[in-house]
Design a protein around this ligand. Structure first.
Ligand code: 5RP
Length: 233
């Protein structure tokens, strides 16, 4: 039977759900691939009575976790996360990521930063040689800072646009009540550290979708039904 991208997402979702052991505090990522892992975890909880707690990274993953019977907690109650899992929009050979297609990258980064192990779930379509090759870099901004942040992004070589809602007039509003600029980089981003630091130092930027030195493991669901495991050295 022909394998689809959905099959690959399901495979890596199941793989990370199988890595989870009793007592773990988990970061629950956002997006269609993380959703597969949340559902697979929910099945283990109902089948085996596995006891874990999850910290959701968005309203979307919170709702899905509740629907799937995953007990929830917060970083206030559990500041140390054993394992966080999440999807990504691109990953490069050094396991740097672009995230934020779902506008959840700020909370995703907060939770991943507290995790002993950050497992990224992708299919082959997310592999690039240079970040920014295919996907724009999302930047979460305070609405009044849109124009100055666009100027900074253009100086960095990006071509920013304000992300607009679907089935909603006007800009996308994030879970924090802020807006998203998506910056396309024609031939990918050059100096990732410079982009990272410049954006973090720009007034009005809450956070951006570059995840540098964060992924400990990337699980790639392949078309042949196998999972490639890449570990950060
Ligand atoms: C949401 C994200 C997602 O994890 C990323 O966009 C991947 O999503 P999907 O698994 O649906 O391709 O960063 O902000």
């Amino acid at each position: 039977m022909a394998r689809t991208q959905n099959d690959a997402k399901r495979l890596v979702g199941q793989t990370v759900a199988d890595m989870i052991t009793a007592g773990m505090v988990l970061g629950l990522g956002t997006g269609s691939t993380a959703a597969m892992a949340i559902k697979a975890l929910g099945e283990r909880i109902s089948r085996e009575g596995l006891e874990v707690k999850g910290i959701p990274t968005s309203f979307a993953s919170e709702r899905l976790a509740r629907e799937n019977g995953i007990p929830l907690t917060t970083l206030d109650e559990h500041p140390a996360v054993d394992l966080a899992f999440d999807g990504a929009d691109e990953f490069d050979p050094g396991l740097a990521l672009i995230k934020g297609r779902g506008a959840a990258h700020t909370r995703e980064k907060i939770v991943a930063a507290q995790a002993r192990s950050f497992v990224v779930l992708v299919d082959e379509s997310k592999r690039v040689s240079r970040l920014g090759e295919r996907m724009p870099l999302p930047v979460e901004v305070v609405p009044m800072a849109v124009a100055p942040v666009m100027t900074v992004l253009r100086k960095l070589g990006g071509d920013p646009v304000l992300r607009m809602g679907v089935k909603k007039d006007g800009p996308v509003v994030t879970d924090q009540g802020l807006w998203i600029l998506d910056a396309a980089f024609d031939h990918g981003m050059g100096d990732l550290d410079a982009v990272n630091m410049t954006l973090l130092q720009t007034p009005g930027v809450l956070d951006h979708g570059l995840f540098l030195d964060m992924a400990t493991t990337v699980l790639v669901g392949r078309d042949d039904g196998t999972v490639e495991r890449l570990d950060r050295r």
